[in-house]
Design a protein around this ligand. Structure first.
Ligand SMILES: [Zn+2]
Length: 77
């Protein structure tokens, strides 16, 4: 289960589908998952597993405070 006292326990992985980025990101900040390389593994199943492992590890170790969402007039639509 989730540990209490983390900076944001409500954050979760969310699929980001934008023109500039397609992939996994954080629901609470501007963190994005960039795989460090092509998926490794001998089979598709293994690649998927490795990918998901890397994804959840990076997600768990990122700090939302370090990836503030770009706010302000710059992105006014
Ligand atoms: Zn975050």
């Amino acid at each position: 289960m989730l540990h209490k006292g983390q900076e944001s326990s409500s954050r979760r992985l969310t699929w980001v589908d934008r023109l500039t980025f397609k992939g996994w990101g954080c629901s609470e900040c501007d963190w994005r998952f960039y795989p460090s390389g092509p998926p490794m593994g001998e089979s598709l199943e293994e690649m998927k597993r490795n990918f998901e492992m890397q994804l959840s590890e990076e997600f768990a170790s990122h700090g939302c405070a370090k990836h503030p969402r770009a706010k302000g007039p710059r992105f006014s639509s």
